[in-house]
Ligand binder design. Structure first.
Ligand code: SF4
Length: 118
């Protein structure tokens, strides 16, 4: 990713799990897919607006994102509280999930962009 790295577009603004200065050994699938879509020029993260973190948006897009993102995420089975069987009402998804939900909701990407990712 040019100039900034993906943390500046995905983790820092949207992810409640991101900790400044902490070296992440793995990233969630949501962040990986958002970065891949940027590299494939399916979306320009340098030009997207700062989206509000609104639960209605990620609930609207949850079924699609579970299918194309969470089911492929190595955090889903054990580490992801949002995808646990009984998440707290105020539990948020990771920043990648939130950003992808906002991009879908704003029609900056569509489902076909997610379908192309293995
Ligand atoms: S919400 Fe959880 S399972 Fe889904 S991509 Fe994010 S970390 Fe992975």
């Amino acid at each position: 990713m040019a100039k900034k790295d993906f943390k500046d577009y995905i983790c820092r603004p949207y992810c409640m799990f991101f900790k400044e200065g902490q070296k992440e050994e793995m990233t969630c699938k949501g962040a990986q897919i958002a970065e891949l879509l940027f590299h494939r020029k399916r979306v320009n993260l340098e030009k997207t607006p700062n989206f509000a973190s609104d639960p209605r948006i990620w609930k609207n897009q949850q079924a699609k994102l579970e299918k194309y993102v969470c089911h492929k995420c190595s955090f889903q089975a054990e580490d992801c509280d949002f995808q646990s069987s009984a998440p707290a009402d105020d539990m948020k998804p990771c920043g990648g999930f939130i950003l992808l939900a906002c991009l879908l909701e704003s029609n900056l990407i569509d489902e076909s962009a997610l379908e192309t990712i293995e």
